[in-house]
Write a protein that binds this ligand. Structure first.
Ligand code: TRP
Length: 467
């Protein structure tokens, strides 16, 4: 198969644009919101250490696998896997992994858009000064007021989905590449501004202590969480990185590129933690987990310290940007596939798929208010129900989709991609794509993809399901 061909959708001008795009995908709500509070919850430094190991042994190898499959296939994830399975005589079922990934990415987008929409609402709120001098109770009510209002949620969800569709519809170079060249530097500048602000609060060392104190009693609880998070934060397992890999120029080393993305993602997560916790402590608050940290605790903090309103505005613009550069990577695999399959224009395919995601997202919108009683995956005394209205346990629509995707579909996808690159593609094909000159390093990379990452995934997978 000719490996120097170019995807019909376009190509990045250099590997730097791939780094920009993959980092844009990776850096998102996972880094700014989830990582800081998980670190606080699971023993600080102990968690950070485990997380780094998981990134290196599982996340980066799967990212390598996705990138090299994409770059060799030069098509949407589904068609790339089809072509490569045919090239190496592998089973025709392999592309199914990319189909599942593509659907998972659309499902993630459906709720990601709703949560990202909250940050748009908070940009307005911060700009208007709604939070200045706010009490904890007031902040709780403000958040409750937002989530209990289906119309307001729908407005922001719709707007965010339109933003996402807009970039994708314009294409790989005119849409993605051009926006990412603006979004990503802005994101870094905003993050540094926030870090600078946090240094002036006088509580910087409290933040450092909170993030890095070593509580070894929590190591066991934290290891699974660290592995799961390594997946989510690097955006692997659904084909987002694969589709970006298919636009990568041939003459660039995948290994170094992917390592850079993993490193940047980690640096952003740590910086976000270092920027946020001192602000929380400066306001005399305790860091909390869950959505409360970002949408209740931080607004109280911003509302009660000097120049907090400006810092708060910067923060929510940062969150919205990070979410935007991630959301486009969830839509791209499916758009590339349906453009290839139907021959229709990007604009038509994008609008159709964005509408579908929007519709599914309405389930999430309603799960916070009028549809809170619609429960899925209910384990009750009389057995298991996939759906039950008003059940005690179970998960609402939002929690259900989050669970289905991050606990089941992502690990399954990541496992399949690693096995495919490691065992189905020929050694020569992998060597040709990775172009690592040192035989020792090549073997290390190959065995990470073949054995270490799959075993890692299986451990998390089984442990999560039997929990
Ligand atoms: N990595 C992003 C974050 O940390 C989320 C994300 C983007 C993602 N694309 C994805 C997660 C694909 C899983 C799969 O917020």
């Amino acid at each position: 198969m000719a490996t120097d061909k170019v995807s019909i959708h376009g190509a990045w001008v250099s590997r730097w644009v791939f780094i920009l795009a993959a980092t844009g995908s990776a850096v998102g709500l996972g880094n700014i919101w989830k990582f800081p509070y998980m670190t606080g919850m699971y023993g600080g430094g102990a968690f950070v250490a485990m997380y780094l190991v998981c990134i290196a042994l599982i996340g980066v190898p799967i990212m390598l696998a996705e990138t090299l499959i994409g770059r060799r296939g030069r098509q949407s994830p589904v068609n790339s896997m089809k072509a490569l399975a045919a090239e190496s005589g592998g089973s025709k079922l392999w592309p199914l992994a990319a189909v599942i990934g593509m659907v998972a990415a659309l499902l993630i987008l459906s709720f990601y858009s709703v949560v990202a929409g909250w940050s748009l609402d908070y940009i307005i709120g911060m700009g208007r000064g709604d939070f200045s001098g706010i009490s904890p109770q007031g902040a709780g009510e403000a958040f409750g007021g937002l989530t209990s209002d289906p119309w307001r949620l729908t407005l922001w969800h719709t707007l965010f989905m339109v933003f996402t569709g807009f970039v994708i519809a314009k294409g790989v170079v005119a849409g993605l590449e051009r926006s990412l060249r603006i979004m990503m530097p802005m994101l870094f500048v905003l993050l540094l501004m926030l870090l600078g602000y946090s240094l002036t609060t006088g509580h910087f060392m409290d933040g450092v202590r909170f993030l890095f104190h070593f509580d070894s009693s929590k190591v066991q609880e934290g290891i699974l969480a660290a592995m799961g998070h390594a997946f989510f934060t690097l955006s692997v397992g659904v084909g987002s990185i694969m589709v970006y890999g298919s636009y990568m120029p041939k003459k660039s080393s995948i290994g170094a590129t992917v390592l850079t993305v993993g490193l940047l993602d980690t640096v952003v997560a740590l910086t976000a933690g270092l920027a946020l916790f001192p602000i929380v402590f400066a306001a005399g608050l305790e860091p909390s987990g869950g959505p409360g940290l970002m949408f209740v605790t931080l607004p109280i903090a911003f509302g009660n310290i000097a120049f907090g309103q400006i810092a708060g505005l910067v923060f929510f613009v940062l969150v919205a940007l990070a979410a935007w550069s991630s959301s486009i990577s969830m839509l791209e695999p499916a758009v590339a596939y349906f453009v290839e399959r139907t021959g229709r224009s990007r604009a038509v395919v994008t609008s159709t798929l964005a509408f579908f995601c929007w519709l599914v997202g309405m389930g999430t919108v309603l799960s916070f208010n009028v549809g809170a009683d619609a429960k899925f995956f209910v384990f009750a005394n009389d057995g298991f129900h996939l759906f039950q209205w008003g059940a005690e346990g179970g998960k609402n629509f939002f929690e259900g989709i989050d669970y289905l995707t991050s606990r089941l579909l992502l690990p399954l996808g990541g496992l399949s991609f690693a096995l495919f690159a490691g065992w189905v593609m020929t050694r020569e094909a992998v060597r040709d794509e990775l172009s690592i000159s040192s035989p020792v390093l090549f073997n290390v990379a190959l065995w990470l993809i073949r054995v270490v990452a799959p075993i890692g995934v299986l451990i998390v997978f089984v442990a999560e399901l039997t929990k």
